[in-house]
Design a protein around this ligand. Structure first.
Ligand code: DON
Length: 562
């Protein structure tokens, strides 16, 4: 005979149920880190073990990456931080630390006789917009962190002084930008050895960058945007023909924006990057269209077909977007359910839709290097951040005395606001250069959260960022283990050019023939791309996992911090 539960058992059961409910609302009890570099992961670990929260650790990681990945991001660049704070309801914030065009920038600054002069928006100080990362680090410390900025910056200052060992990724990026680095004496002195790419294991020391970081540590944002660092930046830029002024630096501010939020099936919600990123909109549109299509039960080529058609349609709309402080973005229209159902219904089940048969989209171009990391602490504070100087080593221009490599994010604007013949006009205008404006970005730090689960995604990779994040999210939504999310083979479509770009091993020969028969033009990029860092907190199962892209040097770990 079954024993009747005693009052004590009932009370214990109720207490357990209560604690399970509150466990769902609180943090994972441990921390997880996923960054693209072992030194950055070590910096996060150090700060978390000192009692810092995920936001303090994000400062430490960003600053460490500025030292060990001078090609990817840094104090001379910018980026986006997507934040999560536990509570009821959970709060999300988006720190827009995108660079801003200097006050003297004009819509036609890269045009001569009506033609784009690409070189000057890529190399040298005319390519550089006013940096945002130092302001973001000061904001994070002031409004979200528990430790003083100087504590969180300490690991990076130490690394800059002591030096770090050149790795294979550094060599690869320096090789890509070798001639531009050689052309700038300060960059060559700091990042090359006798004008050549340094050997594996060679030490790169950056004492000037350590001083610049120390001023930020001592004086907060004024330590970078005013005083001797600001003066050295402006002097260096102006001496080389650039447009920056002291006012441009003093006026720089981050923007705290509402993240882009979109409800998905199964009580899940996408939380992602709003404009000036085009990524969150593209991701929301793509996921909404996929929800109308049987991709989960489709065989691999059929699934790729759905993804390619969804991406084609989402990327077409990118041309409508620009800096929300300068243009009005039609977000409600782009995320309207009926509109997205219509787009999904326009997908032929078997055949590719030529992009030329869809209405055209404006011109836009992308760069080719950046960085991304993700963190969650024991309390459930979380960060996904994508940071950039745009191309590897940005503008390949280092202002003397500062150690700061300037970005070439000005190249993310549409250099020719009137577009070329094959592209439309509206998007070019939305993303034309203007004083103080932020260039449109593809960076897409993102979460998907439900009452049971929290996940974080993101990667560098220019225009391919949203498609990479989408492919990883599909692995998650399809119940695949966390290690496969960043590892999944990549392919991409961005409406124009009307080609399917892919990594070398993505498709078998038979799958390629099948895709070609459906009307796709395939382009094997001959190399892998992206460097995704992901987190998975299964609140219901009380598990916490992190994974780094196997293509990079990244190190992810879960650690006890209390
Ligand atoms: O903001 C953007 O979209 C670009 N500047 C990002 C560049 C990038 O991700 C390059 N990565 N490999």
């Amino acid at each position: 005979m079954a024993a009747r539960p005693s009052l004590r058992t009932l009370l214990l059961g109720a207490a357990l149920a209560l604690s399970a409910a509150s466990a769902l609302a609180e943090g994972p009890g441990r921390a997880a880190i996923a960054t693209p570099h072992p030194e950055a992961t070590a910096a996060a670990r150090e700060i978390l073990q000192q009692g810092g929260n995920a936001f303090d650790a994000a400062i430490a990681v960003s600053a460490a990456l500025a030292v060990v990945e001078p090609y990817g991001s840094g104090l001379g660049g910018g980026g986006f931080f997507l934040l999560r704070q536990p509570g009821d309801p959970v709060a999300y914030q988006f720190i827009d630390a995108r660079e801003r065009a200097p006050g003297k920038a004009t819509w036609d600054m890269y045009l001569k006789d009506g033609k784009v002069q690409p070189g000057i928006s890529i190399n040298g100080p005319l390519a550089a917009a006013i940096p945002g990362l130092p302001a973001a680090l000061a904001d994070l410390a002031a409004h979200y962190g528990k430790l003083p900025l100087r504590s969180s910056l300490a690991p990076a200052i130490r690394l800059a002084n002591q030096g770090f060992a050149v790795d294979r990724v550094y060599r690869d990026r320096a090789q890509m930008r070798l001639s531009a680095l050689r052309d700038d004496a300060e960059s060559a002195r700091l990042f090359l050895k006798d004008g050549e790419v340094p050997a594996l294991g060679a030490q790169i020391r950056q004492p000037e960058l350590a001083v610049t970081l120390q001023r930020l540590a001592d004086s907060g944002r004024d330590g970078f945007y005013k005083g001797p660092t600001a003066q050295a930046l402006v002097d260096g830029v102006q001496a080389a023909g650039g447009l920056w002024t002291l006012d441009d630096l003093a006026d720089y501010h981050t923007a705290h924006r509402q993240p882009l939020r979109y409800a998905l099936a199964d009580q899940r919600e996408l939380i992602s990057a709003p404009p000036p990123s085009a990524g969150g909109v593209a991701l929301a549109q793509s996921l909404a269209m996929l929800q109308r299509l049987p991709w989960q039960s489709a065989e691999p080529v059929q699934r790729s077909h759905y993804v390619l058609e969804v991406l084609r349609r989402a990327y077409r709309d990118r041309g409508l977007l620009g800096d929300p402080d300068h243009v009005s973005n039609p977000i409600p229209q782009l995320l309207d359910r009926n509109y997205l159902v219509g787009l999904a219904n326009s997908i032929d089940v078997h055949q590719a839709t030529p992009s030329s048969s869809l209405p055209p989209s404006p011109a836009w171009r992308e760069g080719d290097h950046t960085t991304h990391f993700a963190l969650i602490d024991a309390d459930g504070n979380a960060v996904a951040a994508t940071l950039s100087v745009n191309l590897p080593f940005g503008a390949a221009f280092t202002t003397p005395g500062t150690g700061v490599v300037l970005n070439n994010e000005m190249d993310d604007f549409a250099a020719d606001p009137h577009g070329s013949n094959s592209y439309g006009l509206a998007g070019s205008q939305a993303n034309a250069v203007a004083a103080g404006k932020r260039p449109l970005s593809s960076m897409t730090p993102s979460f998907i959260e439900s009452p049971q689960q929290f996940t974080a995604f993101g990667t560098p990779g220019g225009s391919r960022i949203p498609s990479m994040v989408l492919l990883s999210m599909m692995e998650y939504l399809n119940g695949q283990p966390v290690a496969t999310w960043p590892a999944v083979p990549r392919y991409h479509h961005q409406y124009l050019p009307d080609v399917v770009e892919h990594e070398p091993g993505t498709f078998t020969d038979a799958q390629k023939r099948d895709l070609q028969a459906r009307g796709y033009t395939l382009k094997d990029l001959g190399r892998s791309y992206g460097n995704q860092q992901v987190l998975f907190w299964n609140k219901a199962a009380r598990t916490l996992e992190a994974a780094s892209d196997p293509r990079g040097l990244g190190v992810s770990e879960v650690l006890e911090t209390r």
